[in-house]
Every structure is written in C-alpha cells, then in structure tokens.
Write a new protein. Sequence first.
Length: 439
Amino acid sequence: MLNNLGNRFQDIFKKIKGNGKLSEKNIKDALKEVRLSLLEADVNYKVVKEFINKIKEKSVGEDVLKGINPGQQFVKIVNDELIELLGGTNARLTKALRPPTVIMLAGLQGAGKTTFAAKLAKFLKKKNEKPYLIGADVYRPAAMKQLQVLGESIDTPVFTIEGSKDAVEICTKGLAKAKEENATYAIFDTAGRLHIDENLMEELKNIRKIIKPQEILLVVDAMTGQDAVNVAKKFNETLNIDGVVLTKLDGDARGGAALSIKAVVGKPIKFIGVGEKLDDIELFHPDRLVSRILGMGDVVSLVEKAQETINEDEARELEEKIKKQTFDLEDFLKQLNQIKKLGPITKLLQMIPGANQLGDLAPAEKEMKKIEAVIQSMTKEERKNPKLMNAGRKKRVAKGSGTNVQVVNNLLKQFEQMKKMMKMFGGGGLPGMKGGFPG
Ligand code: GDP
C-alpha cells in the first residue's frame, strides 16, 4: 500500500534545486506536488492543508546543513512531519495491573473484528500471555462459530452462548470465566452492523459498562478509505475509543485513511491487519510506515548525521567562547533554540521517570518563551554587550517583547550570574578539581 505515494515523493524530492537555504521559491513546486499526491492517496483534505502549512513553516528560511543538499533536507522535514501526522511514537497496548486486561473490539460488520480478535490472541500468546476470547457478536449469524473455529486453531479458549441474543449476558459470564481461568487478556468480539445505528451504540455502551475495558479498539477497514475515517470519528464520539485497528492494508487501499485517522479522530492506530491469515498482524510503527512510504531511510539518516555534526561544531564553538569569556546573549539565544529543537520542555521532562513530581511544568515553558522574546527584541549590539542596556533601551525591549522592564532586568541579572559561573568553570575548572576526581 501507499507505493504510489512513495514513487511520487521520490520524483518530487529529486527536483528540488538550489543551495544554501530552503526558500519559498525552491520548494514551491515540491509543496504543490506533495499536496496533490496526498490528495490522490485519499488523505483528508483538511489534513493535507494543515500538513502542507507545517512543512512550509518548517522549511522556508531553513539553512541547509553542511554536507547535504536542499532536497535531502526537505526529505527529512517531510519524513518527520509524516511521523508526527501518524501519531509520533508507536502506541502500545495497555496492560492492567490486575489481570485480565480487558480489550473490547468494536466496528462495523465485515471490518475484520472477528479475524482480528483471533490475530490479537495469537500475537499475545507469542508474548507468553494467556488470552481468552469472548464472542458476543449476537448479530452476524456465523460470527460465534467463526470465533470458536479460529480459537481452536490457535489453541485459545473461547466463550460464547450460541443462539443467545443477549450480548450483555454473554459478556458478563465471559468475563467471570476469563478470571476463573486466570487469563491475562480478555478479548471481547462485539456485534457490528452494516451502518452505524442507535441500537448498536446502545449495546456497545451497555457492554462497556459491564466489562470496564482498559482498551476499546475500533476495527476499521482501510479499503473503505475516507469512510473508515468517518466511522472512526463517529464511534469515538459515542464510545471514546482508545485506539484504532486498521485492517486490509494489504489490499489496494490507497492508504489515505491511515494518514488521516490520527489527525481527524485524535486516537492512534495501534495495530494493522495485512492479510487474512492469523499471523498477518503488525503493531503499528509510524516511523516504519513512513520509511516504507518514502523509501528514503538512507537520506534521513544522512541528514540526522549532518545534524549531529552541526551540534558538535556548535558545542565546540561554545566551549571556546566560554573559555575566552566571549559568550553573549546571542549565543544564549542559540542555546535556547537548540533546546527547543528537542521539543517542548513539558514533553521532554515527561520522558524522565519521576519528573512529574516537579509539578506543573508549563510555567517553565512560558518563561523560556519570554526570555526568547526579550533577547529577540534586543539589537545585535545589545546582545553582544548587555551593558548598553540603559533605562530607555530596557523600556523599548520590554515593549517589543510584550513583557515589562522587570522581566528584562531579571534576564540581564541572570545572564550576568551565568557569566560569573562560566568564568569559574572556564578558567580551569572548579578549585580542587584539577587533579581529577578523588579515588
Ligand atoms: P467482522 O464482521 O468485523 O467480524 O469481519 P471478519 O473478521 O469476519 O472479516 C471479514 C472479512 O475480511 C473476512 O473475509 C476476513 O478474512 C477478511 N479480513 C480481515 N482482516 C483482513 C486483512 O487484514 N486483510 C485481508 N486481506 N482480509 C482481511
């Protein structure tokens, strides 16, 4: 799937010319073509519009790194934004503290729910889990039998009450049985309909109340394109789903659904189905899919290397400046930008275990923005020589940065203190550290 998109993109990237900077002019045609290809791949038009704007924002004015060409740099930007569009890092399946983890599958008839229930059970078995299947599709006549046959083939117990039309009863008893059997995962296959209707939603809400799932996964058929996206949106509005399973991506689906779901529905794709066999299931990895679409993994790593080199160069330069005590506010601004490139502080700190105990981090984020605005409102001369900042200049900078004189004063004071610290470190290290660490 999405092969066409990949071929189109490769042609587009080849045509980007010029050097030094990515400009409105040298990426204009590329942007136009990326836009067209995404629309042709059936990506939601609103998503395309936002995507193009982001790419433009990130590209225009960007200096092209040493050792690579503008086309390559553009590929990297498109690569990163596509990953972001698909939800960034891959979403994992929840695991309940006290087993069984309850997973409720929902979706329209024919989406591939029953098949996925068995695929997921097999997937979990391979990870040494003990899945238990509950067939509560009381609507499609053959569904329960189908699940039983599939369960048998993978040696996984299945609970159903054949002939029953009471899905809630099946689920209640099924969950009790799963606990009795010490299952680590209880997977519920629910009924679908050909279209979304009130009865279906009521039934699903009732089931949810009884089984209290840790994960509600919506199974949608990628072959239905934008319909799949709309279905996901509606189900999410009623059921507040946790993730999406996109099936039949092995077919000739144009794949636009995959690229639109996260942006439109706000929920990540967690698994994809890539065939009718029970092994045809994959955890969804946005970076891998993007790499497959663009087919440009080598270019992406080339740019990443170039970025690392730049950082090394900058770090060396910075070290020199600290040593020579010529570090100024201009350098400080550069440092802030480096930090910003890593992502929002709040997000960065979330990755550190225990960082949530630091409390609300949003103020730090705001503080950084203020500092940045203040420095940006200063002239080059002032950044190099903060001593120039008299009352008049401070007032001007405060106004320009939308802050006040106190904020400007604080920044200047903090910067002076920082310089003093640097003097200590730069001038041969801390006293007593010359001989290296003791011991
Ligand atoms: P349900 O009504 O949602 O339970 O749908 P089923 O699980 O019965 O699936 C409907 C049809 O889609 C069956 O013929 C499945 O074999 C097929 N199917 C399910 N998942 C996939 C997939 O990932 N790829 C392909 N090619 N077919 C699939």
